[in-house]
Design a protein around this ligand. Structure first.
Ligand code: NMX
Ligand code: MLT
Length: 433
């Protein structure tokens, strides 16, 4: 059965569960909200629902109930490759079923049929000053394609709440199939002397991305691994939440994803992976261009903290242990680039930073997150323009957030609109006014 038919069955079967919860159990409490949470970024407030992934603070992410190693082992892979088809992973995130090889390859073919990027997107990118940040370019490219939206037309011409997930799914698939070409175009235009490479119709998404970037294998496997690892982190993270919030107004996937990418562009979120590399280059520059000693590195970490900066790539709003996405990339490095100098520095930071952050006493989680490791792999394969790294994160993140908003429409989630209070009201609640 084709992906869209499987998804239709799943959504229709699931609706009864959501409807029952809303109709019969709406008053059941999931927690309370404190003043600390209201001022402090709603940390830990349980008020979002998604079945695409779940983040346990100690274990890390599970996609559709599976750990990262399970996903990497169980999903179908292109022949001779170590990492799964991104297209098969899209099938898995949407349906919760591990696709067969045939089902994964059907999605590969569907993506190919949709992947042509309209010329006006290229024109928009080319009209932007070349020193524009690549995340601005990515976000603009996505939103300028909004005129293609099938959801937008469906709303205007034949709205049916029960069927709204279908045009959302179509938009999501159109966008996903085009994003690698858009990202690679931005890269080649901006950093490789304006020499874009046309897609190769023989290749899957990961293979094609590597090809269009002009980077030889095994970078195709790096791309598959990277996009899968960055896809989803339950729905409270800033990019997923923004995408969900925008889509909750019945804005289409183009508007919603562009918004999500703007959230990802912040240094406390996705941009941290660019910051990590910049920071490590600084370590090299300041400590004599070689792998520093542990003592030198400790001093550098303290200098960073004492100057009021965060250690990029460390800490997390939910996680309280090393991010398994960090570990997954570390495994890749241990296998493919164990002697790389940058990897050695990253490993040394892993040895010293958690103790220093603990002694510093502020960060609730002193362990590394996904961003601490990812730039090293890109750098190793020649992708040294680290302001591009968040674009890679964005292409991956699109998979998760687009799966989420497809399900949002399938289950008819409401427009999001939490209630705000005034400072006077908080003081009254605290008994100090
Ligand atoms: N280095 C120094 N201080 C830190 C760090 C860090 N890596 N992480 C947290 N803190 C500080 C934080 O700034 C805050 O200080 P203050 O009270 O002065 O405002 C204090 O510790 C408490 O923060 P937490 O509750 O531990 O963290 P929170 O949930 O607010 O924020 C992050 C989570 C991820 C934004 C934060 O840990 C951080 O800024 N990390 C560095 C940037 C980073 O790696 N971001 C990437 C996140 C993952 N991603 O891919 O999106
Ligand atoms: C993410 O992948 O979105 C980050 O780890 C941040 C988060 O989960 O809040």
């Amino acid at each position: 059965m084709a992906l869209k038919d499987v998804l239709k069955q799943k959504i229709e079967a699931h609706r009864a569960r959501t409807t029952r919860l809303v109709k019969e159990h709406s008053d059941v409490k999931l927690g309370e909200v404190t003043i600390g949470q209201a001022i402090g970024g709603a940390r830990g407030v349980r008020c979002l629902v998604t079945d695409i992934s779940y983040l346990d603070p100690m274990e890390g992410i599970r996609f559709r109930g599976k750990t990262i190693p399970e996903v990497m082992n169980e999903l179908p892979k292109p022949k001779g490759k170590d990492y799964p088809y991104v297209e098969g992973f899209w099938y898995f995130l949407l349906t919760g079923d591990v696709p067969t090889m045939q089902q994964a390859e059907e999605v590969v073919a569907d993506f190919k049929a949709r992947q042509a990027v309209p010329q006006y997107v290229i024109d928009v990118l080319r009209a932007m000053p070349r020193d524009t940040h690549p995340m601005t370019m990515l976000s603009a490219a996505i939103v300028c394609m909004q005129r293609e939206s099938k959801f937008f037309k469906f709303y205007a011409e034949s709205w049916d709440r029960m069927k709204a997930w279908e045009p959302m799914y179509e938009d999501a698939t159109d966008i996903l199939s085009r994003l690698p070409s858009i990202a690679a175009y931005i890269y080649r235009m901006k950093y490789r002397g304006d020499t874009p490479i046309a897609p190769n119709p023989e290749l899957d998404l990961g293979g094609n991305f590597a090809h269009m970037m002009g980077i030889a294998p095994p970078y195709d496997d790096v791309a598959r691994m990277y996009f899968i690892l960055h896809s989803d982190h339950e729905s409270g993270n800033a990019s997923a939440h923004t995408t969900h919030l925008v889509a909750s107004t019945l804005s289409d996937a183009y508007y919603a994803l562009s918004g999500g990418m703007n959230a990802l562009a912040g240094p406390l979120h996705g941009l941290a992976n660019q910051e990590v590399l910049g920071w490590i280059q600084n370590v090299f520059a300041k400590l004599g261009g070689k792998v520093p000693t542990k003592e030198d590195l400790k001093k550098f970490l303290w200098d960073t903290l004492n100057s009021g900066q965060v250690i990029p790539g460390y800490g997390h709003a939910v996680l309280r242990k090393t991010d398994p996405r960090y570990m997954s990339q570390r495994e890749y490095c241990l296998k493919h680039l164990p002697n790389d100098q940058l990897f050695q520095v990253v490993s040394m930071i892993y040895e010293v930073a958690p103790d220093i952050l603990t002694e510093h006493g502020k960060a609730k989680n002193p362990w590394p997150n996904v961003d601490a490791q990812s730039g090293v792999i890109q750098w190793y394969y020649g992708l040294k323009e680290y302001d591009f790294y968040t674009v890679l994160f964005g292409v991956g993140r699109a998979i998760g957030v687009l799966a989420n908003i497809t399900w949002d429409r399938g289950l008819g989630y409401a427009i999001e609109r939490p209630k705000s209070l005034t400072t006077d009201m908080l003081e009254q609640a605290a008994g100090i006014r």
